[in-house]
Design a protein. Structure first.
Length: 104
């Protein structure tokens, strides 16, 4: 039986990752961009129960797994029906349109 050379395993990994164009881990800005939200919104979402926890690569080096973010997005709670428009917004739109009555 032939044993692989010590560098053969790492060479196989390098060949497998050579075609990888998308990162597997994202920093905070990348994760926020992947979710389509601002950094401030992402920071608020981090405490949501459905949000994956970051991977600590170091004491101050946090990254989020692309696969876990995709899974979290798929499992996010869905809104059954659109929330009603706030009354102040309805009134402002009516005022801009020149109407005096507001119908809900």
């Amino acid at each position: 039986m032939q044993t692989p050379s010590p560098g053969a395993a790492s060479e196989g990994v390098r060949r497998g990752l050579a075609g990888l164009s998308t990162p597997l881990l994202l920093d905070e800005l990348g994760a926020a961009a992947a979710l389509g939200v601002s950094k401030a919104t992402f920071e608020r979402l981090r405490s949501a129960p459905w949000m994956p926890k970051p991977i600590a690569l170091g004491p101050r080096l946090l990254r989020w797994s692309v696969a876990e973010l995709q899974g979290a997005i798929a499992a996010m709670p869905r809104q059954a029906e659109p929330a009603p428009m706030p009354l102040a917004l309805v009134k402002a739109q009516a005022k801009r349109a020149g109407r005096t009555e507001v119908s809900l």
